[in-house]
Design a protein around this ligand. Sequence first.
Ligand code: NAD
Ligand code: GLY
Length: 353
Amino acid sequence: MNCIRVNTGTSYDVLIRHGILRDAGKEIMKVMPNARLAVVTDSNVSPLYLRRLLDSLEQAGYNNIPSFTMAAGEDTKSLKSAGLLYQLLSQAKISRDCCLIALGGGVVGDLTGFVASTYLRGIPYIQIPTTLLAQVDSSVGGKTAVNLPSGKNLVGTFWQPSLVLCDPDTLSTLPEDVFADGIAEAIKCGMIKDSGLFDLLAHHDPHSNLEEIISRCVSIKRDIVEKDEHDTGERMLLNFGHTLGHAVENWMQYQRRHGQCVAVGMVMIVRAQVAAGLLSAAVLERLLQVCQKHGLPISSPARWEDLFEICRQDKKNTAKDIRVILLRDIGDSYIQKFSFQEFETFIRGGDNK
Ligand code: NAD
Ligand code: GLY
């Protein structure tokens, strides 16, 4: 088993092991021996894994555990769902000595974290992520959020979980495109900090190396988040490929998955860097190959002009400048400030569509 300690404002372990869901009760008892528990999950995950989790919790001695199953999908990350959940928690008499468990992907994790951080001015929560994206990224680091009609993740908090349990066995039921979404974020981790992880993803079957991939990604995220919990500096490195990726996602009206758009965003940035003479063409070639190997797209469905307009209007980019993550090489990244004009010229140089 891999145990990665995250020392942020509050500290917690991320435990990564095949089959750990069956031991969830034992592990949770070590950190929350006296808490009453309540589980939040979604309509896809509930029939697959809720019973297994509840059995494990009951075997460990917890009882009277309410569970709340939200509709699966991004629409559930809303203030309306948060409101519904507050009401359900209140009806179930969930008090300050209770702990929520998020069993699901990033949607369930972000929503549960947001509700935990605000209900009764904040109660603890535990993440049991069941998508690869949530295991390598969203369950660690304490960013919680819901979406507004005007944009994604516009209301949120920093609220660290008390424990994260990653069971790679739960990934066996993921649809292929959802699995590939997590691979895109793992490629991103390799690109920004770990050339060995990149090589692993380039040359080996991820299904046979899940514990290692998840552990390496979580370690990278841990190192960054410990230095910059509140996202004012180095944490921005985790946004490699995301500025343009978010623009593609927005242009596609969220009909293409996040990781697929991040893959396109990474390719566009690397193309531009190669054209500007800042990076060797071999890096672009290796990125294209790894994306194609994992069924991730490599070209933008939208014209650059349209994406640029979306970047300019993005509520998170209201300043005159935009910070973009660039590479010195695979595994070595830095933050570069551009004016919008400079950024446009830079991306156009890459002959990006
Ligand atoms: P998701 O939670 O919507 O899960 C994707 C789909 O897979 C859903 O239909 C879900 O029901 C289903 N599913 C989940 N686990 C399954 C399993 N084991 N077997 C079968 N089906 C399963 O999406 P996601 O990709 O996990 O997360 C995306 C969300 O994460 C976005 O809202 C994004 O903004 C957020 N996010 C947050 C952070 C953060 O730091 N907080 C980081 C990255 C992404
Ligand atoms: N997913 C980016 C972050 O947690 O900062």
